[in-house]
Design a protein around this ligand. Structure first.
Ligand code: GLU
Length: 297
C-alpha cells in the first residue's frame, strides 16, 4: 500500500475555532497513527472572504498546538493556472456550459442537502438571447455517486436531483471550491481525506469531478461537525471564538472528548508532549461518534 497522505485544508477567513481544530486534530492523528504524512493547504481562494493575517495566524496556532506538518504549504491563491487547465479539460469533453443566471433568477429553485440552490438548468442548452455569460457550470445529467465513508457509512447522492449542474468558475472569475479541492488533493497526492461532515454533501460532486478528470478518488472519513447551541456549524459567521494557542492542552483534551476518545480526568493539566503521547497511543476511529454533527463544549 502507498504511504498514507492526509491533509488539513483550512480557509483563512478567521482564526482557528473549535470546529476547525477538530478537523486539524482528527486528520493529524489519523495520519501520524498510520505513520503517514500530514500536509496543510491554505484554501485562500476567495479574497473577499479572507481575513488579512489569518493564514499565518492559523499556522502559528498549529505550531503552538504541537502539530507539525510535512512539506511546503500549498496556497490556493497561487494555483489559478492548474484550475484553468482542469476547467479546459472538462470544456474539451463538452460537459461545461456558460450560465447567465443571477442568484435572483434561480432563487426559487429547490435546495440541496447542503442548503445550496439546485440549478434548474436554464442555460444548459445555450444562453437565452440578450443574456451574458456569468459563471461556468458542469452538466451532471442523471449520474448518481455512491461512496463508503469510513465513519458515516454508505453515502449516495443523485447529483441531478440533489446538487444540479454546479458552478466550476464563479461569476467573479474565481475557481469554485469543488473544482479547486479536487485538483489540489490530486496534486498533493492525498489518499485519505479526514474533514468535517459539513462537507459530506459536497463529496459526491468532488468524486464526480475526479472521475471526469481521470483523477484518483481518496478514501474519506467525515468527522462530526461541531455545532453551537442553536445547531449552527461553528464558523466566523456564527461568531465561534478563536482557540487559544497559549494554553493548548485544555482545548485539545476537549477535542479528544468530542471525538469520543475518552481522555482521562487529569489530562488537561499535562504538558503538551504528554498530551500527544497519550493521544497518539489512544487514537481509535472506532470510538468516534457516527454522527454528522455534535454540540461543541
Ligand atoms: N477549506 C474548507 C473549510 O475550511 C475545507 C475543505 C476540505 O477539507 O475539503 O471548510
Amino acid at each position: 500500500m502507498d504511504k498514507y497522505r492526509g491533509r488539513f485544508a483550512p480557509s483563512p477567513t478567521g482564526p482557528l475555532h473549535f470546529g476547525s481544530l477538530v478537523a486539524a486534530v482528527g486528520s493529524y492523528l489519523e495520519a501520524r497513527n498510520r505513520g503517514g504524512a500530514w500536509l496543510v493547504r491554505m484554501e485562500d481562494l476567495d479574497p473577499p472572504r479572507m481575513q488579512p493575517g489569518a493564514a499565518d495566524r492559523i499556522l502559528r496556532t498549529l505550531e503552538a498546538f504541537g502539530m507539525g506538518w510535512d512539506g511546503e504549504i500549498m496556497y490556493q491563491s497561487r494555483r489559478g493556472e492548474a484550475y484553468r487547465a482542469a476547467l479546459a479539460r472538462l470544456e474539451a469533453q463538452g460537459v461545461v456550459y456558460a450560465c447567465g443566471c443571477s442568484r435572483k433568477e434561480i432563487a426559487d429553485s429547490g435546495l440541496g442537502p447542503d442548503g445550496a440552490l439546485i440549478y434548474p438548468g436554464t442555460c444548459r442548452n445555450g444562453l437565452a438571447p440578450g443574456k451574458a455569460p456569468r459563471a461556468m457550470r458542469v452538466r451532471v445529467g442523471h449520474e448518481s455517486v455512491e461512496f463508503e465513508d469510513a465513519l458515516q457509512g454508505t453515502i449516495r447522492q443523485d447529483l441531478g436531483a440533489e446538487a444540479g449542474d454546479f458552478v466550476l468558475l464563479r461569476a467573479d472569475g474565481l475557481c469554485a471550491y469543488q473544482l479547486a479541492v479536487v485538483v489540489d488533493d490530486a496534486e498533493q497526492g492525498i489518499g485519505d481525506v479526514v474533514r468535517g461532515a459539513d462537507l459530506l454533501d459536497s463529496t459526491p460532486r468532488q468524486i464526480f469531478l475526479q472521475r471526469r478528470l481521470g483523477l484518483p478518488t481518496p478514501r474519506y472519513l467525515h468527522l462530526p461537525a461541531a455545532v453551537n447551541a442553536a445547531g449552527e456549524k461553528l464558523s466566523k459567521q456564527t461568531l465561534a471564538p478563536a482557540v487559544d494557542g497559549r494554553d493548548p492542552v485544555p482545548v485539545l483534551t476537549q477535542v479528544m472528548a468530542f471525538l469520543g476518545q475518552a481522555p482521562p480526568a487529569q489530562l488537561h493539566r499535562e504538558p503538551l508532549a504528554a498530551f500527544w503521547n497519550w493521544a497518539l497511543a489512544q487514537w481509535n476511529t472506532e470510538l468516534i461518534p457516527r454522527q454528522r454533527s455534535l454540540p461543541s463544549p
